[in-house]
Design a protein around this ligand. Structure first.
Ligand code: SF4
Length: 281
């Protein structure tokens, strides 16, 4: 019944989320009243722990006494101004890589480029980032949506949601490069941490019987890793906890099990899942 486990080195929380969470924890330890504007981390179990320690997640901007944390995904420019107008204690934990995307959109807009963002228009990072541009901007999911761009536009700047698969972005860039009438400026705003997670998880998924991707159901980068693994290995499961995994009634006897985890999955959940999985024997 022995289980062999292969854990991805890149599995789990990234520096952007880690910085935001540890900042909240250290403020809470000092006894500060801490709010996060939107869920600080896309992981319900971590949010639960932070809330037990006093964090309050708010979804509208109000005049609060205490400190308000801007999460790693960032927010819109108008939300930021509104927050600052009410509260002098705003801690901006927008990830530097997301900031790079925001500033890239602003710079392209200032230089007169029509901005193409490859990503998900409903993701909080993109809702925030697009506010750095103006109406000369479009958000597309993939190369299939390039036909939405007006044919008369010939000065295009292109950026990506930080966490999308690299191929999605570069496919769009390659297609645009073929049109010699377009003055194209490419700014690579992709996150290397996510790229490494995707590459490593795909490599592991090839060689194992079962692939488990641990992370919040509301974490888009976790869902993306699971999707990429599932394309390679049909026995891929995304779970938030070991208890959810148990309910799936997967047969682990004598199996090699690969494990990866999204950028908002804390180490304690990965460890707990592995420890309990080893006990299944
Ligand atoms: S996934 Fe990358 S861009 Fe997003 S918060 Fe983490 S380090 Fe920053």
């Amino acid at each position: 019944m022995a289980i062999k486990i292969i854990l991805a080195d890149s599995a789990g929380v990234c520096f952007g989320v880690e910085n935001a969470v540890s900042t909240a924890e250290s403020e809470l330890e000092k006894g500060t009243k801490v709010y996060s504007y939107g869920p600080l981390i896309h992981n319900p179990q971590s949010i639960e722990k932070l809330e037990e320690n006093g964090l309050e997640v708010i979804d509208k901007i109000e005049n609060k006494k205490g400190k308000i944390i801007i999460r790693a995904h960032g927010i819109t420019t108008s939300e930021e101004s509104e927050l600052n107008s009410y509260n002098q204690n705003v801690i901006d934990m927008t990830c530097p890589i997301v900031k790079r995307l925001q500033f890239a959109i602003r710079a392209l807009t200032d230089d007169g480029y029509y901005v193409v963002i490859v990503g998900d228009k409903n993701h909080p990072e993109i809702i925030g980032a697009k506010s750095y541009g103006n109406q000369n901007l479009i958000i597309i999911k993939s190369v299939d949506e390039l036909n939405k761009i007006d044919k008369n536009i010939n000065k295009i700047g292109i950026v990506a949601q930080t966490t999308i698969p690299f191929e999605n972005f570069w496919d769009v860039v390659d297609k645009l490069k073929k049109d010699k009438n377009i003055d194209l400026k490419v700014i690579d705003t992709l996150c290397d941490d996510i790229h490494n997670k995707q590459l490593e998880a795909k490599e592991i998924a090839k060689d194992v019987d079962v692939m488990i991707v641990i992370g919040g159901k509301n974490s888009s980068n976790t869902k993306e890793i699971a999707k990429l693994c599932r394309e390679i290995n049909k026995s891929t499961y995304q779970v938030e906890t070991f208890e959810q995994l148990l309910k799936l009634k997967v047969d682990f006897a004598n199996k090699t099990v690969g494990i990866s985890a999204g950028a908002s999955t804390p180490p304690w959940i990965i460890k707990e899942t592995i420890d309990k999985l080893m006990m299944v024997n």
